[in-house]
Design a protein around this ligand. Structure first.
Ligand SMILES: [Zn+2]
Length: 511
């Protein structure tokens, strides 16, 4: 598809001829208007329009390629536009940056719309120089069914961004494929946040007033050095620069649905894409920009023009900062990926009251007057990590192998079934299951013993890229464990040893 959008362009022959004389490039190289620009901002783009636009960019410049990563539940393609300069220097100083848009479909379309502008600026505009040092992968429409069905969830009414532990949805698996395929060192997952929450916060008489919020990958399974780098080094720069560009930005505050709730930061488990990407060793952020009230009137469809501009400030700042700090990013990512098999791993994560400052004032907007007012919240932004363990070298799965193998495959964890029974020194533990992601899981007993692992036991070497993820998925104490979900929780039997056995010194093979 090359014609639809290009045919809308004014292309005076003489101007093109001059361009060709000046630069010696093909006549096709002219920046196409985005679907939203063509629509004069009166509705959001459809998935087909986005797809056609990616084709138009890919057809116009040789260094952009449209790649189909997978399919949605209803069979729509989920596509990435990959920018790679063919003649660019490959080597240790080169990085891959990935930006994901519109996981929340038609409810949060601005990220996807903005990524089409970003694509054009990479192909023709001022972002192109970044490609000298970075491959840039844009995945603007992560939930095409949701976009076309006019909803936040996917076609099965599932919020994709809570599905990354079970990975039961097609879109979730495609995003995991994208992570595996492109192995980005830096990732931004772009969202919008409605200021008017009619069914919740509005009942208290308030709107939120956040313009741009950024969150790091904060799961405690992510190495401490990486979390520190993302939170204490890069994040302040990111929010300061976005603020300087005119959009007040700060660290993400967990969704406020009542003025009486405590406030936290972002979700801590691997259910969300930000943490899933962080577990791959990438520097991973989420951004949420303001989504104006649907009850106000604006010159463009639900203020989509301004909403796209907010996204553009955030995404452009992110790209520039990652590019500028690429030496540090590459060093920290390499370190995180190296430390994976050895650094201790925190299984339980939660938020508690911060005794150092138990209250925090947050400016909220009154619904009736639209005036700003400071509201005092209980401050629960202190993160607690518990059940921290040494990284096992191996995990053995002695029962329910088919179900666990399916989980491992969704998470790109490599395993090997035992051909013959084997005697191994393991840590045998009993747990009381919890089918939720908030409570501690009691460890009832733990003892080192010799186990005769039967043939068919799954052997998972944790010294692999997704080794830490495997531990978080399979230890019932982890708040990211599959055993936190009812269908797997019922496999945990408090009266006998749990069928996933950690081994701490390598598998001693004594057949
Ligand atoms: Zn969202």
């Amino acid at each position: 598809m090359t014609s639809t959008f290009l045919s809308f362009l004014p292309r005076p022959a003489s101007w093109l001829a001059l361009l060709c004389l000046a630069c010696g490039t093909a006549a096709a190289a002219a920046p196409p208007p985005t679907p939203l620009e063509q629509l004069k901002f009166q509705r959001i783009s459809t998935s087909a329009e986005i797809s056609a636009y990616l084709d138009a960019i890919a057809a116009a410049v040789p260094f952009a390629k449209k790649e189909i990563v997978g399919e949605s539940a209803q069979g729509r393609p989920i596509e990435a536009l990959a920018f790679r300069l063919g003649d660019a220097q490959d080597g240790p100083a080169r990085m891959t940056i990935m930006v994901i848009g519109s996981q929340h479909g038609a409810a949060e379309p601005a990220g996807g719309e903005a990524l089409m502008v970003i694509a054009r600026d990479l192909a023709f505009g001022d972002l192109k120089p970044l490609l000298e040092d970075a491959d840039i992968i844009l995945l603007p429409n992560a939930n095409p069914d949701g976009r076309d069905l006019g909803r936040r969830a996917n076609a099965n009414w599932v919020n994709i961004n809570t599905d990354f532990v079970l990975a039961a949805q097609a879109e979730t698996r495609v995003l995991k494929q994208a992570l595996a395929r492109y192995a980005p060192e830096a990732l931004l997952d772009s969202h919008e946040s409605a200021i008017l929450k009619r069914k919740t916060l509005a009942r208290d008489g308030y709107l939120t007033d956040f313009n741009a919020q950024f969150e790091i990958a904060n799961n405690p399974g992510i190495t401490p050095d990486m979390r520190r780098f993302a939170l204490e080094d890069l994040l302040p720069q990111l929010t300061a620069r976005v603020s300087e560009a005119g959009l007040p930005a700060h660290r993400y505050i967990g969704e406020i649905i009542s003025i009486k709730q405590p406030v936290t930061n972002g979700g801590l488990t691997l259910r969300n894409f930000r943490n899933t990407a962080g577990m791959s060793g990438a520097v991973s952020y989420l951004v949420e920009t303001k989504l104006d009230s649907r009850e106000d009137s604006f010159p463009t469809y639900r203020n989509i023009g301004v909403r796209v501009d907010r996204q553009l400030i955030c995404i452009r700042t992110f790209l520039h900062l990652m590019h500028e700090r690429r030496a540090d990013v590459l060093r920290e990512v390499a370190l995180a990926r190296q430390q994976g098999p050895t650094a201790r791993i925190g299984l339980y994560a939660g938020y508690v009251v911060d005794e150092a400052h138990p209250k925090v004032n947050i400016p909220m907007r009154r619904l009736d007057t639209r005036e700003l007012e400071d509201i005092e919240f209980r401050d629960h932004r202190k993160q607690v990590v518990a059940d921290e363990i040494a990284m096992p070298s191996t995990l053995l799965v002695t029962e329910h192998q088919a179900r666990i193998a399916a989980v491992l495959e969704q998470h790109h964890v490599v395993y090997e079934p035992l051909a013959e029974p084997m005697t191994v020194s393991v840590l045998a533990s009993r747990y009381a299951a919890q089918a939720n992601i908030t409570e501690r899981v009691p460890l009832l007993s733990a003892e080192s013993r010799e186990l005769v692992a039967p043939a068919g036991t799954l052997v998972i070497d944790t010294a692999q890229p997704n080794g830490r993820t495997a531990v978080l998925l399979l230890d019932p104490r982890s708040t990211s464990s599959v055993f936190r979900y009812p269908e797997f929780a019922k496999l945990v039997d408090a009266t006998r040893d749990h069928f996933v056995y950690p081994v701490f010194k390598g598998v001693a093979r004594t057949p």
